[in-house]
Design a protein around this ligand. Structure first.
Ligand SMILES: C[S@@+](CC[C@H](N)C(=O)[O-])C[C@H]1O[C@@H](n2cnc3c(N)ncnc32)[C@H](O)[C@@H]1O
Length: 435
């Protein structure tokens, strides 16, 4: 496909995302079904442009003085992809291109950014979240948010149940994977140029053999804070897709018992093939339809891991459409769920045992506020040094250890962000029950 046709397609897909509240993946899939002539590179180009337009939606709309899908796509070409006006003109002359640039569009496309634009514009986040951004990041709110408005690297965790990092590194060379700065048994694939196709990990034999798992480095570090030991009894209370479950199984070298529970039975069932692929044999699924099985674990666990449902603000780089869908009411709903879940999950911790509370959100309302509320109601629990726990796992490099110590809060919990650590936004806290 020529660029002009792809720009038209990007405008159509973005229109579906914004007007019909569709996620980018499904809007792009729908377009792909109509555009049988489009190759996989064309599809990646169109999706890449739509995602970049969404990552920088507010700042583009402000500079273009227009928030229509067309303005956002043209602005993304100029401000995210660095196209000059001649390149855009050439594309707009091609077959199937949208109508030519207007005089007003031309003027706006060459305008410099306005340093006096409000923080939610410069940082590309919803205006209603401005007080929360200021609360958590203070004067750094804009730069923190700007680091969430770019493409993310892909992180891989080496599955040490099957191979070590050295053995995994050879087949990963074709994907241009580099050793992680933060974790010993991890690699990362730097974000591609916006118009380049993403590497298909499924095509790498090391992936199908279960040697590596796709898992953000922040998620790997949060899992490390469990510091789960071989032989322990561990409950992964919000197991979902199982990313943490199999990371915990590797920490335990396959010894001891992990119970994987999730309120969503379907998600839990989807874990079965993933567990097989990873070779984690010490995981027992606890289905929500069998509450009695769960109750037998009360007061028995050395460690309970709570990867709580949250707004997912920490993953804005990967899912920029979710940034504009989140509403105040949803945040409040999540907070109420978190309050219930952390209290319920704590019942399974044995005397002297620990609970890790983690979210992929940087909002204090979902993080330390929930921990503080729990601790106030449960004096038998005290907060410990989460950075120290992650370091004690032996999984972090020296640089990883420095990062978690630097971003440890006075209470002991840790908040990582794309700007601070190059990871997704993650929060984790370790809470110990008195012996
Ligand atoms: C952040 S996701 C978990 C991701 C998963 N741990 C991973 O690493 O792939 C949160 C999970 O919590 C589950 N959940 C929501 N409410 C719950 C509840 N009341 N009890 C247990 N799980 C719940 C959701 O179904 C969802 O799978």
């Amino acid at each position: 496909m020529r660029n002009g046709g792809k720009i038209s397609a990007a405008i159509d897909v973005l229109t579906d995302v914004l007007n019909r509240h569709q996620p980018v993946k499904s809007a792009a899939r729908d377009w792909g079904k109509r555009a049988r002539y489009a190759g996989s590179k064309d599809r990646a180009w169109v999706s890449g442009l739509v995602l970049d337009a969404l990552r920088k939606r507010n700042s583009i709309a402000y500079r273009m003085d227009d928030e229509s899908p067309r303005a956002l796509v043209l602005g993304a070409l100029a401000f995210a992809w660095g196209w000059d006006i001649r390149q855009i003109d050439t594309a707009m002359d091609e077959e199937h291109a949208p109508s030519k640039l207007t005089l007003s569009e031309r003027e706006h496309l060459v305008m410099a950014p306005d340093p006096s634009a409000p923080p939610h514009v410069q940082g590309d986040y919803p205006e209603w979240m401005a007080p929360m951004m200021a609360r958590v990041f203070g004067e750094e709110a804009t730069v923190e948010a700007q680091a969430m408005a770019v493409r993310a690297d892909v992180d891989l965790r080496v599955n040490t149940l099957k191979v070590d990092a050295e053995k995994a590194s050879m087949p990963l060379k074709s994907a241009k994977a580099e050793q992680s700065r933060l974790l010993h048994n991890a690699f990362h694939i730097p974000a591609k140029d916006p118009s380049e196709r993403e590497t298909s990990l499924e095509s790498i034999p090391a992936y199908s053999k279960g040697w590596v798992e796709v898992q953000d480095a922040g998620s790997q570090i949060a899992a490390a804070a469990a510091n789960a030991q071989p032989g322990e009894q561990v409950l992964d209370y919000c197991s979902g897709g199982g990313g943490k479950t199999i990371a915990l199984a590797a920490q335990m070298k396959g010894k001891g018992q992990i119970f994987a529970y999730d309120i969503d039975g379907k998600r839990l069932s989807a874990l079965i093939p993933r567990l097989k692929r990873s070779g984690a044999h010490n995981v027992q699924l606890v289905h929500p339809s069998e509450p009695v099985q769960l109750e037998t674990l009360t007061g028995q666990m050395d460690c309970v891991f709570v990867d709580a449902p949250c707004t997912g603000t920490g993953t804005w780089r990967r899912r920029p459409d979710s940034k504009w869908r989140i509403k105040q009411g949803q945040l409040e709903k999540r907070m109420a769920e978190q309050t219930d879940i952390i209290a319920k999950a704590s019942e399974f911790v044995k005397p002297g045992g620990r609970m890790v509370y983690a979210t992929c959100s940087f909002l204090m309302e979902e993080d330390e506020d929930r921990v503080a509320e729990f601790l106030a109601a449960h004096p038998e629990f005290t907060e410990e040094d989460a950075a120290g726990a992650a370091i004690a796992s032996g999984l972090l490099t020296d640089e990883g250890a420095n990062v978690v110590q630097r971003f440890r809060m006075p209470t002991g919990s840790v908040r990582l962000t794309p700007r601070r650590a190059g990871t997704d936004g993650f929060f984790f806290a370790v809470l110990r029950r008195a012996g």
